[in-house]
Design a protein around this ligand. Structure first.
Ligand code: FAD
Length: 508
């Protein structure tokens, strides 16, 4: 029994990413007397805990924070070349790590570069912060009544600190928007037109950008809550169920190896869309749809040099925070007619070699990314082994994932569209767009999907409570039941707000 942990709490939260943080925040606001313990397997790598590592000014310190987030097999920072984990040929983005095995089964497409982060703040200590609203079929129809979904998304904006003006001084952003609008806006409703990307970022008074992580989601109200405690380096190995109801968690202290039982009235598992179903499966909680409808967004990228621009010699653009500030971030929304989500910016971790910026015109090269919505299939799934374990000792995963004919058709349409949009902005650097290896979007979702009724095709209710296990809530991109093409975090934080409100009501 580790002395670090309480014997019992009202709410145990597994995972400190933005969705676990959203539960902590809403509970701190609505049920301040409730005792809350948050367990995170990874270390604290930033200050305040959960802060985005891009806010760390010193490059060596930032690299150290990224390496420490790269899971149980993370190498020493000196073994970390250019932000690439050297364990396999496949590449992980800085701060993330890949599945060692089980990422692809012969004859299937697999998700070779689906990745995880293990640190306080989860992947949102490393993310790009794009927070677009879902549109058309991306939206969750059964939550639309009385504006419920819009209300939740607005709460998501509040918790994530979403803004649209942080890049308003970017010299090329208006030009890029104007050219994209001319190419894409015809026939679109106002909310679907080319616009500034909503981003979880704000500018400090001194002009520096601050990227939102779980620290922003938690806010002072959580940090100042004497009933809230965050335990890092704490692996939850099981959710306890008694008389059919969630009763607590089994936690392994990564510092000492000791295992402890922490009893709880409510348990929230917010451990990403692959490790949340893993923990439920390990706990013997196995609704039929658990791990199924796994979907990610095939990602197409293309780079162009902006045509006919005028250089503003005074423009400030050298992004010290990892993202060029010259071209801002522009959004081309998803529609059912054009089923791709477009993000146009200086890629901060480009998979393709961008030409070195012309010294006379820094920031004149922009990357375009189109993300495609997946055709949902029951058989696309993560499976868990009854005997083999992963590096944390939890059931090993095998990904079953195949693109359908429709998926391949959408990918081809996206390739044509990205060339069309790119040439509207400037001169292509390459003659063809590039399709990223599957999993690259880091937006894998659907594995603990929400549904209006328990009909075997969903794992949880519209409040995120797991069917058949009262008191157990799931959070994260796994809960999203639709195939989104847009970045999913705003949506999953919005869904977490609803679950947290339900727990707050249950505690009253
Ligand atoms: C480079 C990059 C760029 C991205 N850009 C965007 C973007 O622009 N927009 C967007 O919407 N999304 C983006 N994402 C994805 C985004 O970060 C995720 O959608 C978001 O972080 C998911 O939040 P979460 O709370 O569900 O899970 P996570 O942030 O993954 O957090 C889950 C946490 O649970 C912990 N955990 C797992 N298992 C256990 C266990 N058994 N016990 C204890 N702890 C456990 C993990 O260590 C992790 O810290 C990006 C991600 C990356 C890495």
């Amino acid at each position: 029994m580790s002395e670090r942990y309480p014997e019992s709490v009202d709410v145990a939260i597994v995972g400190s990413g933005p969705t676990g943080a959203a539960y902590a925040r809403i509970l701190s606001e609505r049920a301040p007397a409730a005792t809350i313990a948050m367990f995170e397997v990874g270390p604290t790598v930033s200050n305040p805990p959960g802060a985005h590592v891009k806010n760390i000014a010193d490059p060596a310190e930032r690299a150290q924070a990224q390496v420490r987030s790269e899971g149980p097999l993370a190498r020493d920072v000196t073994d970390h070349v250019g932000g690439i984990v050297k364990t396999t040929q496949r590449r992980a983005r800085p701060g993330t790590f890949l599945l060692e095995e089980g990422f692809q089964v012969e004859g299937e497409d697999g998700l070779p570069v689906a990745a995880f982060s293990s640190n306080v703040g989860g992947m949102a200590a490393h993310w790009t912060g794009a927070c677009p609203r879902p549109n058309d079929s991306e939206r969750i129809g059964f939550l639309e009544d009385d504006g419920v979904f819009e209300d939740l998304l607005a709460e998501g904006d509040r918790l994530l600190g979403v803004t649209t003006d942080a890049f308003d001084s970017s010299p090329y952003a208006p030009l890029i928007r104007e050219r994209l609008a001319a190419a894409a806006d015809a026939g679109r409703d106002p909310h679907e037109r080319v616009q500034r990307m909503p981003l979880a970022v704000h500018r400090r008074d001194d002009g520096r950008l601050v990227w939102s992580g779980s620290d922003v989601v938690m806010g002072d109200v959580t940090r100042d809550n004497p009933n809230f405690h965050l335990f890092d380096e704490s692996l939850v190995t099981s959710v306890l169920v008694e008389n059919g109801r969630a009763a607590g968690v089994l936690v392994s202290d990564r510092r000492t190896g000791e295992s402890s039982e922490v009893r709880a009235r409510f348990v929230v598992v917010a451990a990403d869309a692959l490790r949340t179903p893993q923990l439920l499966w390990a706990s013997g909680i196995r609704p039929a749809a658990l791990g199924r409808y796994l979907n990610d967004q095939a990602q197409i990228v293309f780079a162009v040099r902006i045509r006919d621009f005028t250089i503003d010699a005074d423009a400030e653009g050298a992004g010290s925070t990892g993202l060029s500030e010259y071209s801002g971030v522009t959004w081309v929304p998803f529609t059912d007619e054009a089923p791709f989500h477009g993000q146009v910016m200086q890629l901060d971790a480009s998979p393709i070699k961008l030409a070195d910026d012309d010294p006379a015109a820094p920031g004149s090269i922009v990357g375009l990314g189109l993300f495609c919505a997946k055709d949902l299939q029951w058989q696309d799934r993560v499976e868990f082994s009854a005997d083999a374990t992963d590096a944390y000792g939890l059931p090993a995963m095998t990904i079953h994932y195949t693109l359908t004919d429709r998926d391949r058709e959408v990918v081809e349409r996206a390739k044509a569209e990205i060339v069309r949009l790119g040439t509207a902005i400037g001169e292509p650097l390459d003659d063809r767009p590039f399709q990223m290896p599957l999993g690259a979007s880091l937006h894998y979702q659907g594995t603990t999907r929400m549904g209006p009724v328990d009909d075997g095709t969903s794992v949880c209710s519209r409040e995120s409570e797991v069917w058949g296990t009262p008191g157990l809530f799931v959070a994260g991109n796994g809960v999203i039941p639709t195939a989104t093409a847009c970045n999913p975090t705003l949506t999953s934080v919005a869904l977490a707000v609803s679950g947290a409100r339900a727990i707050a009501a249950g505690l009253a």
